[in-house]
Design a binder for this molecule. Structure first.
Ligand code: AMP
Ligand code: GLY
Length: 428
């Protein structure tokens, strides 16, 4: 039977989800923006805000969707999964209550403490800024300052890395957040594992390393993610044997504690000298990480969705065994002062064997232009990270100089420096 699937969201991540589904189902999509990659793959596309639960339920009913997949956290926070589920559309995405794992960092840390989830850093939650500032003064060591609510990954400031204690306090006073989490700064290398979760079961995908800083060499402000890579197996070159499994144990503990959780559980880990610690959980695929993971998933993604819906054991996942390198092209000046309106000179034809994923683009009569957000990404695949990187770079050759790309992502020098960093921390 052909399933009718509704995809919610219009970024690079959702283009990757659309590509993973389009051949195996009748795909419909809705988002606030018209992503040309998604509209090409979908039978029908509707412009609906990702947070408009009623509008999304109405579109699902119009097209007769059996299943829904939610891309962005904004939709989860708005209760779109609850609304679709309540309307009888099985939704791969947690309900609002479970999505608090991502949408409320104070809840997330308290949940970890209460449920004894391994890998939780030392933390405190503050509702008033004076006490938070006093804690910064007293604390012996560096802290990460995290607004409790959603900030698109851009609200966190790490003392000793991005800011001084005085700057952290000034930031807290200026920003007027209602609630903040202050937690032990974790030192190491970050990686992500995304798991498919349903009916108390889960399946994991290869570890990915994202690059949050805007500029090469991990300089500049945090972004939504400038690009990412995976290796040929489940692990990454700077990880030791047992590190991947250690992170999977954390995910297993979360799934045990939240038996109702349905959808993607994204674990962001810091690999420290003592092993993986939890930076955060997200309640959805990562963007860019979905673009690394889904193209190498050989098990049809729709089979995961139908097994989840039908209460069957989730399929074991097969992967192609290729390494992947994803690089985003962003408007010049992104994220602080993005230069919108640059013509995008890369298309499906010009990228060769690489994959092109559109994110935020403005379709005009004479072509596609940048907006103020990440514009498009390319993903190279190969039998090594270096081969995948070369394929991604070849695809970006036509990108021009009005978009910015972190060319260092996936390059041997950067990957080697990650390995050396971990070796050094483990020696200390
Ligand atoms: P989050 O929104 O929690 O993912 O935080 C954004 C980024 O801030 C993470 O990807 C890390 O690079 C950094 N970060 C968050 N928490 C910590 C921590 N406890 N120690 C060090 N860095 C952190
Ligand atoms: N790449 C980070 C995120 O999706 O949150």
């Amino acid at each position: 039977m052909t399933e009718t699937v509704l995809l919610v969201g219009g970024g690079g991540r959702e283009h990757a989800i659309a590509r993973a589904l389009a051949d195996d189902c009748d795909l419909y999509a809705c988002a606030s923006n018209r992503n040309p990659g998604i509209t090409d793959l979908a039978t029908e596309f509707a412009v609906v805000e990702e947070t408009d639960a009623e509008g999304i339920v109405a579109f699902a009913a119009d097209v007769g969707a059996d299943l829904a997949v939610i891309g962005p956290e904004s939709a989860l926070a708005a209760g779109v999964a609850d609304a679709l589920d309540d309307a009888g559309v099985y939704t791969f995405g947690p309900r609002k209550a479970e999505a608090r794992l991502e949408t409320d960092k104070a809840y997330q840390r308290r949940f970890m403490r209460e449920e004894s989830i391994p890998g939780c850093p030392d933390f405190e939650v503050f509702d008033d800024i004076d006490s938070a500032c006093a804690y910064i003064d007293e604390y012996d060591g560096d802290l990460a300052v995290k607004p409790a609510g959603l900030t698109g990954g851009k609200g966190v400031k790490v003392i000793g890395d991005q800011v001084t204690p005085a700057e952290a306090k000034a930031y807290l006073r200026d920003a007027e957040y209602e609630r903040v989490v202050l937690e032990e700064r974790l030192v190491g290398e970050e990686f992500t594992i995304q798991a498919f979760v349903a009916n108390g079961e889960f399946r994991t995908t290869p570890a990915v390393q994202d690059h949050k800083r805007a500029y090469e060499g991990d300089e500049g402000p945090n972004t939504g993610g400038m690009g990412s890579y995976t290796d040929t197996g489940l692990s990454l070159p700077f990880m030791n044997e047992g590190d991947y499994e250690g992170a999977v144990e954390v995910l297993a503990a979360v799934v045990d504690a939240l038996p109702e959780y349905t959808g993607v559980l994204y674990g962001q880990f810091m690999l420290t000298a003592e092993g993986p610690k939890v930076v955060e959980f997200n309640a959805r695929f990562g963007d860019p990480e979905a673009m690394n993971t889904l193209p190498v998933l050989e098990t049809p993604f729709v089979d995961v969705l139908t097994a989840a819906r039908d209460g069957e054991t989730l399929p074991e996942l097969d992967f192609s065994g290729e390494a992947t390198v994803c690089k985003y092209a962003v408007p010049d000046g992104y994220p602080t002062d993005p230069d919108a309106g640059a013509r995008i000179a890369v298309d499906e034809e010009s990228v060769g064997d690489a994959l092109l994923f559109y994110a935020s683009v403005d379709a005009r009569e004479d072509g596609l232009y940048t907006t103020t957000s990440r514009a498009f990404a390319v993903v190279g695949r190969g039998d090594s990270i270096a081969a995948a990187e070369a394929e991604a770079e070849a695809a970006l050759a036509a990108a021009g100089d009005r978009v910015r790309i972190r060319h260092d992502i996936g390059r041997s020098e950067l990957v080697e420096s990650r390995i050396e960093h971990m070796d050094e921390l483990r020696r200390q």
